[in-house]
Write a protein that binds this ligand. Sequence first.
Ligand code: GLU
Length: 478
Amino acid sequence: MSVRVRLAPSPTGTLHIGTARTAVFNWLFARNQGGTFILRVEDTDTERSKAEYTDNILAGLKWLGLDWDEGPFFQSQRLDLYKQAVQTLLDKGLAYRCYCTPDELEAMREAQRAAKQAPRYDNRHRNLTDAERDAYEAEGRTAVIRFKIDDDREIAWNDMVRDRVSWNTNDLGGDMVIARAANAGEVGQPLYNLAVVVDDIDMKISHVIRGEDHIANTAKQILLYEALGATVPEFAHTPLILNEKGAKLSKRDGVTSVSDFQARGYTAAAIGNYMTLLGWSPADGEERFTLEDAAKQFSFDRVNKAGAKFDWDKLNWLNGQILHALPVSELLPLLVPYWKEAGYQFDLETDREWLEAITATIGPSLSVLSEAVEMSRPMMSETIELADKAKQQLELDGVTAVLTHVIQQAEAAERFDAEVAQQIINTVTQALNVKKGLVMKSLRAALTGELSGPDLIQSWVVLHQRGLALGRLQAAIG
Ligand code: GLU
């Protein structure tokens, strides 16, 4: 059997990290099996679907390197196919028109609540007589189409992640609406479960891989496959992504869209790597890998059933590892947009050497790209403001003597590089018989206005070459 999988995002929001993770698992499985990965945009909800969300989703998938082989297909362009399927179910007597009004349905639910029963449609229009139907239509009522779900049936499947899953049809809420209200004789807009099954049959999907929040839908969909006379595909329900408190990751947790992560300065490599680790791990326990590496070994045997907790520290660590391994020539262009956004003034061509030196200085300290703004501020700005702690440092006994010596040495130096800077620190430490820490801390406070930051020696060299170091040292003792 050839493996055909699909990602079926609804463009009602930006590419959510949960959808991205589903995309990753589909892609990994397709690539591992030499199969086909299909992209289908589920945009039948015309009120909530937006073209800008579709663009965001496609751009996010591309950015992550999750290339698809077929599509994107758009459900909004396939409505006839779904309507035909609804008609087939009507013709077979497996679906029917329900004329209940919203008030009637509400009264029914109210009665169920009062009787402490679970809310469900009680199938009251399943067996209307022709006369009853005619009467409703004469009243001008519209009708939804409901698919018959018989009670007391167990639906079971062998899930690739969760093993045997079973569901009793009593818990599916009664006969299900598969098409929205329409006038007499017409079929209204087809709904999610119907459209998905029609598409998955039409696109010959062999494995449906999606989040575990779809398990109840799967039970309903299996009934639709049967009713439409199609083979039921394999299912894999992947664990939910949880926040640090163990609840489902949601908008309230701040960053949830792939584009948010991108804006904060995570690399596609880190996000792809981390998404994969949210639920899967390779047999060798290695935590850093590319999607291509993971695809070679991916299988659902190693996907967890339990929810996967989102661990910011691990993501930051992974992102840092990836950034630290980048050569300056590749890291610099990634930093430029953040610097521009911060309003720093530079010319990419004439200032190239200086920008490269800054990149080399801050690179090893970065865990996300956006941190570059604060880390490079003392090097990017003509002037600095001293933080309170830096002021206190500069007021300590002996600091004026230290910095005065440093200035003399720096002025006397014929050239100025990391080696010379290091020598100056050593010489001053010995000459004044002070602790090296005092010299380093005072220098950092004077040069950057902070007590922590990227490598001090390198920062000093960059500032010196830019003609900013001596003035700051003098100002600190001034
Ligand atoms: N449009 C559905 C969603 O975004 C797709 C679910 C499925 O994969 O069947 O949740």
